[in-house]
Design a protein around this ligand. Structure first.
Ligand SMILES: Cc1cc2nc3c(=O)[nH]c(=O)nc-3n(C[C@H](O)[C@H](O)[C@H](O)COP(=O)(O)O)c2cc1C
Length: 196
């Protein structure tokens, strides 16, 4: 397989120390160059792009393969603006094409003590969504709701979610109007072999 330098055109906003690395794998390169994008152009995304984002999200692993999730896709401009006003940290006032709200569906979650595994499952789906957006040249950012119950309740009310649907986060997605620098987060001190 051809070696792809991480310093290729799409990755020009990387720190210099990362530009020298090489990968043979475009999926790894996509992971290493993803960055939170919070400013958008206002341009729409296509139905095919939206479909790919949602398929990628639902391809995530989940405990006992319960897939305890639901995705609220907000395309209505007035509703996106209202989310932006109610939740300034959601970046929905910054002209995203769509706001996707990955939720836990408690009616599909594991019963009993393990119910909270839905948070892991929906988090995995959210990361898939971010990576898929980046791979298509779109921008996105994970903006937190759960476990802040005030924020989650607000979204539940605004979007008429039933009680068993818990919004995890708001992910505004759109065409990037900024190119933030990729952060190099690799720290050898975070790795422990065989024991602490
Ligand atoms: C659980 C969680 C909650 C976050 N909440 C917000 C948020 O409310 N607003 C925001 O702009 N970014 C939010 N972020 C994005 C982080 O700030 C961002 O991922 C972090 O600074 C690392 O930057 P990077 O994504 O560009 O690598 C959140 C990320 C996570 C995982």
């Amino acid at each position: 397989m051809a070696v792809v330098a991480l310093s290729m055109a799409a990755c020009n906003n990387q720190p210099t120390e990362m530009k020298n690395q090489v990968t043979t794998n475009p999926a790894i390169e996509n992971i290493m160059t993803r960055v939170s994008v919070r400013e958008f152009t206002g341009e729409k995304i296509s139905d095919a792009q939206l479909d790919t984002l949602l398929r990628a999200a639902m391809a995530a692993p989940s405990a006992i393969n319960k897939q305890p999730w639901a995705f609220i896709v907000v395309t209505d401009e007035a509703k996106i603006a209202a989310l932006g006003e109610a939740l300034p940290y959601s970046r929905c006032s910054n002209k995203p094409a769509v706001a996707i709200i990955p939720c836990g569906d408690l009616s599909k979650a594991i019963e009993g003590d393990m119910a909270n595994f839905w948070i892991n499952d929906v988090s995995a789906a959210t990361e898939n969504l971010l990576l898929a957006a980046h791979s298509m040249g779109l921008g996105a950012v994970w903006t937190g709701l759960h476990p802040d119950m005030n924020r989650a309740k607000l979204v539940q009310e605004m979007l008429g979610l039933p009680e068993h649907i818990i919004p995890l986060c708001v992910v505004p997605v759109g065409h990037p109007a900024e190119q933030p620098e990729v952060k190099n987060k690799y720290k050898e001190e975070n790795i422990h072999y065989n024991k602490w």
